[in-house]
Design a protein. Structure first.
Length: 275
């Protein structure tokens, strides 16, 4: 059975209500086109004027405007929603978790993944500098969840540069790798497509990568180019710039057949647990 999935692209700002309204319209559009699973980008609910602003609007785990929106929208449209990331209260020092939450078609939360790798980087040859760990506490556990589109392996943005995480996810049965992101324009131009296609090819997994795109009220510019990549590294659909949805069909039977005829995952010499 083929299953339609969607990767949503948007340009979020500091107004949570406005961001949720933007997300609502895009999710509705994807559902109307037949998507059964819709993935939102990193920071879909909030991108503040300053990095520390996320501390003030962080929600308690289990309840809050963004979480309630995800649950209600999933139930109303009867679709699965991967809620990119939103800030949840986490650490005693006030730092938040960049939490990716998954809701099933009944509106029940079925998975949570906290971003593990944090973006503490000075962009080469630019004045841009990021210290995500100043206000975000890193996660420590990988997360997978079974969905109508297959077993999802969850990740976020900067995680995509760490292939060992995706090896762990594929070894645990992941069929789709979800990569909600807010890539900077310089790193996006240089590496975004290459990284996504590499993670797809080396793990024989679909990759669903919703992204932020545009110039945000803070002045930050994100790269966009949301895309869905198949297990052979082919780009099925993409949204280069602006807001919109990339939709594509997931064919788990075809993926299984290719994995059986090209068993690269079974040929790993350095499997998990070896030294």
């Amino acid at each position: 059975m083929l299953v339609q999935v969607a990767a949503v692209q948007m340009c979020s700002g500091p107004d949570v209500a406005a961001n949720l309204a933007q997300a609502r319209g895009l999710i509705e559009a994807a559902a109307a086109r037949g998507a059964r699973l819709v993935a939102l980008p990193e920071n879909f609910a909030f991108m503040g004027l300053k990095d520390e602003d996320k501390r003030a609007i962080a929600e308690a785990d289990g309840s809050g405007p963004a979480q309630d929106f995800l649950a209600a929208t999933a139930a109303r449209l009867q679709v699965w929603i991967v809620g990119g990331t939103l800030p949840l209260r986490a650490a005693a020092d006030g730092r938040v978790a960049a939490a990716c939450l998954v809701y099933d078609a009944g509106g029940k939360r079925v998975a949570r993944y906290d971003k593990i790798h944090l973006f503490d980087v000075d962009i080469p040859n630019r004045t841009e500098s990021y210290r995500e760990s100043a206000h975000v506490a890193p996660g420590s556990r990988a997360a997978l969840v079974d969905s109508p589109a297959g077993r999802l392996g969850l990740s976020v943005c900067y995680d995509v540069r760490f292939p060992e995480l995706y090896r762990h996810l594929s070894a645990a049965g992941a069929q789709l790798l979800i990569v909600p992101s807010a890539f900077t324009s310089p790193t996006g131009r240089a590496h975004w497509e290459t990284l996504l296609r590499a993670r797809a090819i080396e793990n024989l997994c679909y990759v669903v990568a919703p992204a932020q795109s545009g110039i945000h009220p803070s002045g930050r510019e994100t790269y966009g180019d949301s895309m869905i990549v198949d297990f052979w590294g082919r780009i099925l659909q993409r949204v280069p710039r602006g807001s919109g949805c990339a939709l594509a069909e997931i064919d788990l039977a075809r993926q299984a057949a290719v994995r059986a005829s090209f068993p690269a995952l079974d040929h790993r010499a350095f499997a998990e647990g070896t030294r």
